[in-house]
Write a protein that binds this ligand. Structure first.
Ligand code: ADP
Ligand code: ADP
Length: 239
């Protein structure tokens, strides 16, 4: 097992209010780590601390370390745009841009640098295929992404995340609000991504049965008597 991220005694404050206290765990390369725990205990806060996305929302202070391949991401010289591309995030509700299906997936790739159109087409197609969505959208590539169903939009968000070839994908309740069939498709997609090498995933889920189906490791978060989130147990999902 190779740790992709090592979280060492992490405490986190939002606007001086302590949200996480003393969290330590490893996130292993090419494995799926599930995060579970009661709502409000700090699961979202924790996964957003892994690519510093919570700094887009609030004033954040941290104690302790988060090492991404041995570099502490809270050091001053860290390039946040680069970090957030390598550790990419999928949110509970699809947050697609009001653009075409194609442009949503191409967006992040274009920011990385100019490419010939044939190459971009190929990247977009393979990301959409990897997200198990190609047959459903191949005739809608130039239609607005917002016309897709909720489940298709969520898989398109995953395609968009995959297109920039991240090392890690963080998913905050990826099946949130989806009907059972759409949720099953998203779970199936997570399963197929899990079988690919070179992709590490951290997934928040409320569904214990789903956690046993999709994850290799589970971290249980809880709140202490001061209602501060902390991790109580971390280990293999199936012992
Ligand atoms: P969970 O994902 O387990 O439901 P969250 O990480 O969303 O928990 O929330 C943990 C705590 O942090 C809650 O008390 C919540 O109110 C607080 N919190 C979340 N986001 C922010 C924010 N942007 N600014 C201030 N407090 C926040
Ligand atoms: P850049 O122009 O360098 O990509 P941005 O401010 O657009 O800078 O975003 C920096 C990184 O953070 C990008 O890689 C982007 O994918 C990621 N990012 C920003 N917001 C989100 C979000 N809501 N969900 C997922 N990733 C995001």
């Amino acid at each position: 097992l190779i740790p992709a991220i090592k979280v060492k005694n992490l405490s986190l404050y939002y606007n001086t209010q302590k949200i996480l206290e003393g969290v330590s765990m490893d996130i292993y390369q090419d494995k799926v780590t599930a995060i579970i725990g009661p709502s409000g205990c700090g699961k979202s806060t924790f996964i957003k601390s892994l690519n510093r996305m919570n700094e887009l929302e609030a004033d954040v202070q941290v104690e302790g370390k988060v090492e991404f391949y041995n570099q502490n991401i809270y050091e001053r010289r860290v390039n946040l745009n680069r970090l957030r591309r390598q550790v990419s995030m999928v949110l509970p509700k699809p947050n697609l841009f009001p653009m075409s299906v194609y442009d949503n997936v191409a967006y992040g790739v274009k920011i990385l640098g100019w490419r010939p159109k044939v190459e971009l087409d190929q990247i977009v197609e393979s990301a959409i295929k990897d997200a198990d969505l190609w047959d459903e959208v191949k005739n809608k590539l130039h239609k607005s992404a917002l016309e897709l169903s909720g489940g298709q939009q969520q898989r398109l968000c995953i395609a968009r995340a995959l297109a920039v070839k991240p090392k890690i994908i963080l998913m905050d309740e990826p099946c949130f609000g989806l009907d059972p069939i759409a949720a099953t498709k998203v779970e199936g997609l997570i399963q197929s991504l899990r079988l690919r090498s070179e992709l590490t995933m951290v997934i928040i889920s409320h569904n214990l049965q789903q956690v046993t189906r999709i994850s290799d490791f589970t971290a249980f978060f809880s709140t202490n008597e001061h209602r501060i989130g902390q991790m109580v147990e971390f280990g293999l999902t199936k012992k």
